[in-house]
Design a protein around this ligand. Structure first.
Ligand code: F6P
Length: 346
């Protein structure tokens, strides 16, 4: 069997650990299997960029951040530079005699994977995202690593907030889901956690922070990049990358500085620090489990499925059930309840 592996969408700690686990698991089961890495996600299928993966080339990848295959978050062969280049990608698979494909990606890449799967490409998905927002999957690898960065940042911000008696605002990633801000905010002891799923009221937030500053001299706010105001107004820019420098974290810092006279307010944008670097031990293990489960699914011929974590088990979920969807924080989630009881969430 000749298997192709690609990593699509934004990078994420643990991608290399999945590549390693899939490759080693396939080679251990059948040394005659050939594993080929496709460079920069679906772009590599259109540009015909493949590289061989061997036990020796993947062995040291467990704790390496990023992806050795590279990635591309806008390379959709079905809509590539104004035209449908999916035929080009299919030709590449045929030319190289690839029997099956492992797509390690978020909802965008898994949706593209689903489309290729419907065209008859034998495909197994592995859910990847620091945002933890893939449907039917309780935990994606990379999330724990991102949360650890948020917790560390809040812990550091606390000591400087205490020293200067300031309000500190920390903006996290997460797209339209609040998982990173919620779990990171709890882990870092944030006094206010603002997530997209629970729009916030600026007056109530100001009052809460005033109370915290009175009680303890300082306050920490953890705001998800996708958080919104309950009255629907939006006084910040949205978008990715550079545009986010002027996003909600900055706007909220300015608004709070005006509303809290006598208290200094400072903002921090964590940005891509949440995606870089080595995976945590938890993410190394989860990535390894996902990779081994994907290799097993390939060997079983369970195509058209993605691996997912449900409870403590890796299960197979049809790609069609994941494609085009997003798992957001339910308002009755135990973590939301916990934050609410502590007064950090509305
Ligand atoms: O989906 C992962 C993620 O890091 C989001 O949290 C964030 O909104 C987005 O990707 C950033 O994308 P880019 O790398 O294009 O700036």
């Amino acid at each position: 069997m000749r298997v192709g592996i690609l990593t699509g969408g934004g990078d994420c700690p643990g991608l290399n650990a999945v590549i390693r686990a899939v490759t080693l698991a396939l080679l251990h089961a059948d040394a005659a299997t050939e594993v080929w890495g496709i460079q920069r996600g679906f772009w590599g299928l259109m540009a015909d960029r493949l590289q061989p993966l061997t036990a020796a080339s993947v062995r040291d990848l467990l704790d390496e951040g990023g992806t050795v295959l590279g990635t591309h978050n806008r390379a959709d062969p079905f809509a590539w530079q104004g035209h449908d280049a999916s035929g080009q990608a299919l030709d590449c698979l045929t030319r190289h005699g690839i029997d099956a494909l492992v797509v390690i990606g978020g909802d965008g890449s898994l949706t593209i994977g689903d489309r290729f799967s419907r065209l008859g490409v034998p495909m197994v998905g592995v859910p990847k995202t620091i945002d933890n927002d893939i449907e039917h999957n309780e935990r994606s690898f990379g999330f724990d690593s991102a949360v650890a960065v948020v917790a560390e940042a809040l812990t550091r911000l606390k000591t400087t907030a205490q020293s200067h008696q300031r309000v500190m605002v920390l903006e996290t990633m997460g797209r339209n889901a609040g998982w990173i801000a919620l779990e990171g905010g709890l882990a870092g002891g944030a006094d206010a956690i603002l997530i997209p799923e629970q729009p916030f009221d600026l007056d109530r937030l100001t009052a809460r922070l005033q109370a915290r500053v009175q009680e303890q001299g300082h306050a920490l706010v953890c705001v998800a990049e996708g958080a919104t105001l309950s009255d629907g107004t939006q006084f910040w820019q949205t978008g990715s990358g550079v545009a986010r420098l002027g996003g909600i974290g900055q706007a909220l810092t300015d608004a709070l500085a005006q509303r809290l006279p006598g208290t200094e307010v400072r903002g921090t944008l964590l940005g891509h620090l949440q995606r870089g670097g080595a995976p945590t031990a938890f993410d190394r293990v989860l990535s390894t489990r996902f990779g081994v489960a994907a290799a097993q699914a390939l060997r079983d011929g369970a195509f058209g499925h993605t691996i997912a974590l449900q409870g403590d088990r890796c299960v197979r979920v049809p790609l069609s059930a994941v494609s085009g969807r997003q798992r957001r924080v339910p308002l009755d989630d135990p973590l939301s309840d916990c934050a609410r009881v502590l007064g950090a969430l509305d």
